[in-house]
Design a protein around this ligand. Structure first.
Ligand SMILES: Nc1nc2c(c(=O)[nH]1)N[C@H]1C(S)=C(S)[C@@H](COP(=O)(O)O)O[C@H]1N2
Ligand SMILES: [Mo]
Length: 532
């Protein structure tokens, strides 16, 4: 059997393994698909600098790149196992089993898989090993002609003594066997069909239909405390300027989940425990029966570079976290709320921030609809003034009331600060960097944010000249970003435009550039444009 045939058999056996695993994961849960479990574990184990590099280089495609990488590695190894299996089937099967062990370990260390989560890996590896041996055997046919011609039956042991070159695959009985390309290729075709069908079926079974349907079935109660009306002048409606409210489909997404957690609201509970007088457990219906608050809050990711787009503003509807926590009764020496998502991500939020009266919510809706699955359905946290990684737990299921000196959240051991208040920032949306403009009167516009403090001033300068005050749009309160604009008489040539904001506490953004890690980027956003 030539090497290419072994590689092909290995690849197809690998595909059968993944297909069967996908099918089983369709029943047990998509996060138990071994590629996803290994990918998720890789995300958690990746050193912070590598992860930062990946986010910088691939942006929101980082997950696709990771999963693609896992597939490429798997394909290479499967082909190699096929090549080895030509010599000895046991090599190939042992290699598959080794992969199974890696898969099982990854699944078992995930927080959202459980013991049944190993089923997809185990059945997949069993199916792959079976397919490999079936293909290798199938490709070897007893050479009837030479068996008849040969006066003596040659057994494998005699091969070395015999100068004649014997086919690589020998059957136990010692008949000379030859490689049968046709039988291999028909077997390969069968394997491809099985792998493809199992994958498609598994995807359908594991699809989001059930949770999507449950989401559509959610009836949102009216808020007991409606949002402050958005002033008419909050949205300057300038072409290219971010709208005041970011539509859900355009809202940035950042999380560590390779497959979006599917949490059925009928199964959802929120447990509050730790340093409390009485542990509390709430169902989704319990939560919806509490008074709801509506608030416009701008979320920001700590990974946002100066000028970046990991920031968005939405109208949230939810129960004040403080109301729920008061039911449990926080002990006075507790200072941290360690929240956990259904997929095991954790956030550490300062308790005093959540309890100080701001609109810190267990949110159930975003811009008038139940939370999109990507944004944490059925319940997520929203805390004005704190970066997402320390406050905005999506798919939240558990709050441990604890202390910063006793517990650490997900990102802290990975090199990010334990506490993450949002730094005042401003961004130029129009003109875009690199734009070509016509000389004459034009508008420079953008957004600025200083959540829970408020933006008091935005200044713009061109080519390092005088700072000029921008016009500020109105805002409903201090928790949202604020649009700004300024006129500019553009003259021919290349120009650099810079912006800086001053918050309501009187602090102006520092010019000093700092990277996002460990606690948020600083510096002034600038764009360079060509005017003709
Ligand atoms: N479960 C879970 N929640 C999470 C995260 C996560 O990785 N897992 N990432 C946080 C980070 S870093 C940010 S910036 C916000 C982003 O929320 P969004 O995706 O709805 O914009 O979610 C936060 N909540
Ligand atoms: Mo973030």
């Amino acid at each position: 059997m030539p090497a290419w045939a072994g590689a092909l058999a290995g690849l197809v056996a690998g595909a059968v393994a993944l297909g069967v695993a996908q099918l089983a994961a369709g029943v047990v849960g998509p996060q138990t698909f071994p590629v996803v479990a290994v990918g998720d574990a890789t995300v958690d184990l990746t050193p912070a600098p590598v992860k930062d590099f990946a986010i910088r280089t691939f942006g929101e495609n980082d997950k696709a790149v990771l999963v693609g990488g896992v597939f490429v590695v798997l394909a290479g190894v499967a082909a190699l196992l096929g090549v080895l299996a030509r010599r000895r089937l046991a090599y190939g099967v042992a290699g598959m089993a080794a992969f199974g062990v890696v898969g099982v370990l990854a699944v078992l260390t995930r927080p959202d898989t459980g013991l049944t989560g190993v089923l997809p890996t185990v059945t997949g590896v069993a199916a792959g090993a079976w397919a490999l041996s079936w293909l290798v055997r199938r490709a070897a046919r007893v050479d009837e002609a030479s068996a008849v011609r040969s006066p003596v039956r040659v057994s494998a042991g005699e091969r070395d003594a015999d100068p004649v070159e014997w086919p690589a695959v020998m059957r136990g009985g010692g008949e000379p066997v030859v490689f049968d390309r046709r039988r291999l290729l028909t077997g390969v075709a069968g394997g491809v069909v099985v792998a493809g069908a199992a994958t498609v079926l598994g995807r359908q079974l594991g699809g989001r239909q059930a949770v999507d349907a449950a989401r559509l079935g959610v009836t949102l109660p009216k808020p007991a405390t409606p949002a402050r009306p958005v002033p008419a002048g909050a949205d300057l409606r300038i072409g290219g300027l971010s709208p005041f409210i970011t539509p859900n489909r355009d809202f940035y997404r950042v999380d560590t989940a390779l497959v979006v957690p599917q949490v059925d609201p009928r199964d959802w509970t929120l447990r509050i425990h730790g340093m409390v007088d009485r542990p509390v457990e709430l169902t989704f219906d319990d939560l919806l029966r509490m008074p709801l608050t509506e608030a416009d809050v701008t979320l920001t990711c700590v990974s946002n570079e100066v000028g970046g787009d990991l920031v968005g503003n939405a109208r949230w509807l939810g129960v004040r976290m403080a109301d729920v926590l008061r039911r449990a009764g926080l002990r006075s020496d507790a200072d941290m709320l360690l929240s956990t998502s259904s997929d095991g991500f954790t956030c550490g939020t300062p308790a005093d921030v959540v309890m100080d009266g701001r609109d810190a919510l267990f949110a159930v809706a975003m811009n008038g609809e139940p939370l999109p699955l990507d944004h944490g359905f059925p319940v997520r946290q929203v805390v004005p003034g704190l970066y997402g990684y320390v406050s905005a737990t999506k798919w939240v299921v558990d709050i441990k009331v604890t202390r910063f000196d006793q517990d650490q959240a997900y990102w802290t051991p990975r090199g990010w600060a334990a506490e993450g208040p949002i730094k005042t920032q401003s961004r130029i949306d129009v003109p875009r960097s690199g734009a070509s403009l016509r000389a004459g009167d034009t508008t420079i516009a953008g957004v600025a944010w200083a959540q829970h403090v408020g933006v008091d001033a935005v200044e713009v300068r061109v080519d390092g000249g005088q700072w000029r005050q921008a016009r500020l749009a109105e805002v409903p309160g201090p928790d949202t970003w604020r649009q700004w604009s300024i006129d500019w008489a553009a003259t021919p040539g290349s120009h650099t435009i810079e912006v800086r904001a001053t918050d309501a506490s009187g602090r102006t953004q520092t010019e000093q550039p700092a990277p996002p890690a460990p606690d948020g980027a600083t510096g002034w956003h600038s764009v360079t444009v060509q005017v003709a």
